[in-house]
Design a protein around this ligand. Structure first.
Ligand code: PLP
Length: 379
């Protein structure tokens, strides 16, 4: 099986698994216990917090562990809105966000907050000029993803943060797809809140983090203890946190080399398909994540291509794994101005550190074969 769905999830790194073993077995204490078994677990959590913080240029105390990207996004959006001062009820986000941001924003609208969705151009980038008019003094939060999960398009978060902060709004960025693929520095970005997730960077599922800048006001979603600065109470998932910490450390050490190599594989893959298959177009062609290639195959159904490729031994997707149960076309591609039919003809290929040169050559042949097969059936 050629795995080309790294934006959905990534395999656990063997070094991460080894690091987790200790917390799963020997160091089983509750990090809040004052005895030595508890304090040994606390030390593991502290070490992981430092490893996670370094990946994004934060201080360890600015990291709040969560169960993953979805919870981190919810805590950012709902927590910021709940803690906002009187008179600041507005929320601004983009039309191409992941559902983990869009759905809590829509929920807030149902509770009386105003919600503005920034539109994007054909490459999927938000219009900075529109921002000036939208971010008024009543806006509590501007949430803009660092990189898109479907197309890999990178958003101008630093520029948006400047405008938003000048008007007193908090700035959140969903960096679930960007972490481990792009260098991230929360201070250079100027964000107040930033979410990321362990299982997208070869860590275990069930762990993630929200960066919460010192001094930012946020209300917790759950109540019941003092863990994670009371922003996320509950006994810590120590093994998953330890694995997440190790995954962040490895991602930081490997980032540059992995990104360069994966971009070469992706670019070769795209170049070959563009010359060997007719009616292929790249969605979101501007500044993109190094690993992501979203391609439209004119006249074909992306889901049929995905199923055919699975039968031929290659795992890809038509978009976000969590949206794959509903049959609606990708809201990201539709927001980029595509018709429903165009959006449905698209497939997301997302590569990663374990893909070999040989796999990419085979992947090219398999896609050519799947497309040929489907076109023959249609004619
Ligand atoms: N945000 C983005 C951009 C994502 O791609 C995902 C997952 O695909 C999430 C949030 C949700 O993260 P998690 O799966 O850790 O809940």
């Amino acid at each position: 099986m050629i795995y080309a769905d790294y934006n959905a999830t990534t395999p656990l790194d063997p070094e991460v698994r080894a690091a987790m073993d200790e917390a799963l077995g020997v160091t089983f204490g509750n990090p809040s216990s004052i005895h030595s078994a508890g304090q040994a677990a606390r030390r593991l959590v502290d070490r992981a917090r430092a490893q996670v913080a370094v990946l994004i240029g934060a201080a360890p105390d600015e990291i709040v562990f969560t169960s993953g990207g979805t919870e981190a996004d919810n805590l950012a959006v709902l927590g910021a809105a709940a803690a906002a001062p009187e008179g600041r009820k507005g929320v601004v986000t983009s039309a191409v966000e992941h559902k983990a941001v869009l759905d809590p924003c829509t929920y807030l609208r149902s509770k009386g907050h105003s919600l503005t969705l920034l539109s994007v151009d054909r490459d999927g980038r938000v219009d900075l000029a529109a921002l000036e008019d939208v971010v008024k003094r009543d806006v509590a939060l501007v949430s803009l993803m660092l990189a898109n999960n479907d197309t890999g398009t990178i958003q101008p978060v630093a520029e948006v943060a400047q405008v938003a902060q000048a008007r007193g709004a908090l700035v959140h960025s969903d960096a679930v797809q960007a972490a481990g693929k792009l260098p991230i520095d929360v201070n250079k970005l100027g964000v107040t809140l930033l979410s990321f997730s362990s299982h997208k960077i070869h860590g275990p599922k069930g762990a993630g983090a929200l960066f919460v800048r010192y001094g930012a006001h946020l209300a917790p979603l759950v109540h019941g203890g003092r863990q994670e600065r009371t922003l996320r109470p509950g006994t810590e998932n120590v093994p998953a946190i330890v694995g997440f910490g190790k995954a962040c450390e490895l991602a930081r050490m490997r980032l540059e080399a992995d990104a360069r190599r994966v971009a070469e594989l992706r670019d070769h893959f795209e170049k070959q398909l563009l010359t060997r298959v007719s009616g292929v177009r790249i969605n979101g062609g501007c500044a993109r994540l190094p690993n992501t290639s979203n391609m439209a195959f004119a006249g074909l159904d992306g889901e049929a291509i995905t199923i055919n490729l699975d039968m031929l031994g290659m795992a890809v997707s038509t978009g976000a794994a969590c949206s794959s149960v509903d049959k609606t076309p990708s809201h990201v591609l539709v927001a980029m101005g595509q018709s429903a039919a165009e959006a449905r003809s698209s497939v997301r290929f997302s590569f990663g550190r374990d893909n070999s040169d040989e796999e990419i050559e085979r992947a090219i042949r398999l896609v050519v074969q799947a497309v040929q097969l489907l076109r023959e059936v249609r004619s």
